[in-house]
Design a protein around this ligand. Sequence first.
Ligand code: GMT
Length: 375
Amino acid sequence: MKIGIVCYPTFGGSGVVATELGMALADKGHEVHFITYNQPVRLDFISHNLHFHEVVLEEYPLFQYQPYELALSSKMVEVVRKYQLDVLHVHYAIPHAYAAYMAKKMLAEKGINIRVVTTLHGTDITLVGSHPTYKTAVEFSINKSDVVTAVSESLRKDTLRLFTIENDIDVVYNFIDASKYNIQQHEGCQRAALAKPNERVLTHVSNFRPVKRAEDVVKVFYEVQKEIPSKLLMVGDGPDRKKAENLVKELDIKDKVLFLGNSNEVAKILCYSDVFLLPSATESFGLAALEAMAASTAVISSNRGGLPEVNIHGETGYLSELGDIDDMAKNAISLLKDDSILNQFKANALKRTKVFSLETILPQYEKLYESCYAK
Ligand code: GMT
């Protein structure tokens, strides 16, 4: 099939899922066209099956805000017509589903019936999308999509609770290409570069938005390092990074915490890790946790959103109430102080990722593309 993928090209989970999906589809022989404002950060190759079309914004002094949806929908129309695409798969409802609806209407005028698949990723529903500023347009564009998917059962339920939805919503989980995370097997893990042999490594990867509760990560680690010799790796960048760095200084644990910024080498960093911390206020799925699990890392997380669908309490890690630092620290310590327990949890975490393998999830998307093409 010829598939257009619209996404944010950044380090955010929706962009990562969209990019990994596009690359996997291209690998399988589909023709994939990314349509967005920058080359997606995880798009590490361009092949004859894989194309990138940049949405260029023209500056004009009248505009306080550049009308991105207009430029995007115009680009979608251009690419669909030029390459005769079968389907447009838009990731993150705002503004992609809305722009796709406009493109669909414009193409209909030319006698082209393009099918639109919208994948809801989380904050486009739970935080931003349901805000009165956007709600009407988001609800409208979800209802106008040919197929709608959500990345967890929890997000499906949230969408039905927050909006009046007329379509079915299919749950298609985030997925993982496990081969990319088995660094030990491929090139050996340079753990000694970061931690002493007796030290445990805890990791947090996020965009440091308030929803990720980066300060909770530091607070949990502060309790852990009192009992277990350990290091904390903070990967990513965003609005709350400074606050987290200040807290590290205040708690006087600077020599034990490394802020590594955004990285395209997450798999390599995760291979050092024993425990992954994700205390989010809400998390529709928690792709970062799944990536950690694929690198055999146990997960200490909150119990919000779709996290219980990924991280199994007492098996792959532990779930705690939001903000319960003591419980998270206690659980992390119970894992880190005992090699055999830790290794069991790490093995369980890796095993759990099979449910979310690329091989399982990719055919689900292909089937949905075909189903909407047959409509
Ligand atoms: O986590 C973020 O803030 C980024 C956001 C995104 O859309 O880029 O991630 C959301 O989508 C991911 C991929 O589907 C999910 O794994 C994340 O759980 C979800 N984030 C939230 O719900 C906060």
